[in-house]
Write a protein that binds this ligand. Sequence first.
Ligand SMILES: [Zn+2]
Length: 166
Amino acid sequence: MTENYHEIEDQIIMNYKYSYGGQSRFFIELRDNKRILGSKCKECGTTYCPPRVACAKCYKPTEWVTIKDVGEIKVSTLVWYSTSAFIQYIPYAVGYIQLEGASTAINQGIFSESLVPSKIKAGKKVRAVFKKEREGKITDFFFVPIDEYEMWINKPEYEGGGASDG
Ligand SMILES: [Zn+2]
């Protein structure tokens, strides 16, 4: 005989914080200065974006460097299914973008007014657009095809970055 368990609907509300640790400055610069930082190995010169506290090749500490807000798509895909946080943006693209001056690529959203695969394929140039209301999160910015940049930053909710010349 199976037991008939009594269940009651309830709710847990939990407030919590988490730390970005050694990567904190990357997120603070996004929020306060619309600037994308990377980290450069003092030993071998590898420049990481997203930043690393220590070099993946020689394990030496890195130092902060400003990275240009323009780069090239290395790989991308279209997104048709998402969590509730991004469902309003569907369809959009995500990709790995290698910013000028960086040795590595950063995974980030790519938005386009006319989202067709030819606009977001590997080799295409993109530029970062920042939200006006920034929280110090990776979602404070996204990339757009470089020919759409002026159009995006003229929208009231977005603006251009602070370090296009690196
Ligand atoms: Zn190194």
